[in-house]
Design a protein around this ligand. Structure first.
Ligand code: SF4
Length: 453
């Protein structure tokens, strides 16, 4: 991988620009606060019950830095996950589907976790820190030839990919809780110091927690080798509490991102996932606030269906007496239609706000199914033209237009899947976002067929 270091850095912005950005973020925080108050119909959420003792403890194997298996994400080449489980308990979280399910027997036998999916958020098992082990992993990563790495990983180690590096751990045993939190803080800081001082690797931090501020000094010492990012699906604190019950409020995260920018850190934002309740106004407000931060990259994706995450969302919302839109997950094609709408809306709004070049959409691989694409189109046609019978010629025309729409759709998907995320100081050829095709499932597009035939 060839990298040219230049002085490209948002820190070079003028003081006036930063001041203006601060004002915009302050305004966004005020609006989000008012919006939360306006949503008076949502009931306050109950406190989450404490997890059983054995489920919050130290894991029996030490923390590692290992190659990851990201596809289409362009986040990192390596992962460093400090714990099994995550106290933030995001109901949509994909981790139990892709990671902890393989550890089901050991989670049950050693820690009493009966169902890693259903009990997601109840268990946090901190990996012990073994400095010698981590140093060996760093050396192995440092010596790995570029030819064996993916360009889209930016030669970065990500903390973390299956948990949150800055979570606050809550345990029934308060002495153990104190030890776990002290060890978490020490481990994350020491791992970062080791990477900084004993390698040329990059680091990507992703968190939902303002606790990350404790390490801003360390982040800064990395210069362009570190990107700090937060997940910010919405600025609506009440909505976030339904989907991410134990994570710090989005407004706190926005303030943390602003603090990071004030310290000239290189930042990215994951405006993800876009909940079904996030309408245009909601997403526009979030993107507007994010724009003021001048991040390198803005990632976005809808809620993807993974194992039992939709059941978790529905169960938690029902337990809290809240209503969420689970109809968009009723069938696989309902989810595909929502996912497409959501991704398209984010791209359209990013265009409108002049953010498209920073946008990095993550369309799920499942959206490439050609059969399903045509099924959704046909279903939309029938819904909007009840009782209309097509002639054979008209049906052939519908199929021809659907084939064209699908070809455009594949080009669009392929454009996002081949996107390589920015890294500060790295110059690459300018990236052109894939053109947004006409809405393949819209009524006007299908009505055009009727007019043509
Ligand atoms: S913070 Fe990340 S890892 Fe933790 S529960 Fe939420 S989505 Fe999952």
């Amino acid at each position: 991988m060839t990298m040219q270091v230049t002085l490209v850095n948002p820190a070079a912005e003028s003081a006036n620009n930063i001041h203006a950005a601060n004002n915009l973020v302050t305004a966004a925080l005020r609006q989000a606060h008012e919006k939360s108050i306006a949503l008076g119909t949502m009931k306050p959420l109950a406190a989450t019950p404490a997890a059983p003792a054995a489920m919050v403890d130290f894991w029996h194997k030490p923390v590692r830095i290992e190659l990851n298996h990201f596809k289409f994400k362009s986040l990192s080449d390596w992962k460093c996950n400090i714990s099994l489980g995550c106290g933030h308990s995001c109901e949509f979280c994909y981790v139990p589907a892709v990671s902890t399910k393989f550890l089901k027997p050991v989670l049950k036998k050693r820690y009493g976790v009966e169902d890693p999916g259903a009990q997601w958020g109840d268990y946090v098992l901190l990996r012990p820190f073994d400095e010698g082990r981590v140093m060996k992993d760093i050396q192995a990563a440092e010596n790995r030839p570029l030819s064996e790495l993916s360009l889209d990983g930016n030669r970065a180690v990500m903390l973390c990919t299956t948990t949150d590096p800055y979570q606050t751990i809550t345990a029934p045993d308060k002495a153990l809780q104190k030890r776990l939190n002290a060890e978490r803080a020490h481990m994350v800081r020491r791992i970062l110091e080791l990477i900084r001082d004993h390698s040329t690797l990059n680091v990507r931090i992703l968190t939902r927690s303002p606790l990350a501020r404790q390490d801003f000094d360390l982040f800064k010492s990395f210069g362009n080798r570190l990107m700090f990012g937060m997940s910010l699906p919405t600025l609506n604190n009440q909505l976030a509490r339904i989907y991410e019950p134990n994570a710090p409020a989005p407004t706190q995260r926005l303030a943390t991102l602003q603090a990071a920018r004030d310290q000239d850190l290189n930042i990215f934002v994951a405006v993800a996932p876009t909940y079904a309740e996030c309408d245009e106004a909601d997403v526009r407000a979030t993107l507007t606030a994010v724009k003021a931060l001048n991040p390198f990259t803005i990632y976005a994706e809808p809620v993807n269906v993974r194992a039992d995450n939709i059941e978790r969302i529905a169960r938690h919302a029902a337990a809290e007496g809240q209503i969420v839109n689970t109809a968009v997950f009723a069938t696989r094609n309902d989810w595909r239609a929502y996912a497409m709408d959501s991704l398209r809306m984010v791209q359209r709004l990013a265009q409108e706000l002049g953010l498209e070049s920073k946008l990095h959409l993550w369309p799920d691989a499942d959206l490439k199914s050609e059969n399903c694409f045509h099924e959704i189109r046909k279903a939309a046609w029938k819904r909007h033209h009840p009782g209309v019978k097509l002639t054979l010629e008209q049906r052939a025309e519908l199929n021809r237009l659907s084939a064209i729409a699908y070809a455009e759709h594949r080009v669009w998907l392929g454009g996002w899947w081949s996107r390589i995320s920015e890294w500060p100081g790295v110059e690459r050829a300018a990236w052109t976002p894939p053109a947004l095709p006409a809405d393949p499932f819209s009524v006007p597009a299908l009505q055009a067929l009727k007019a043509n035939t």
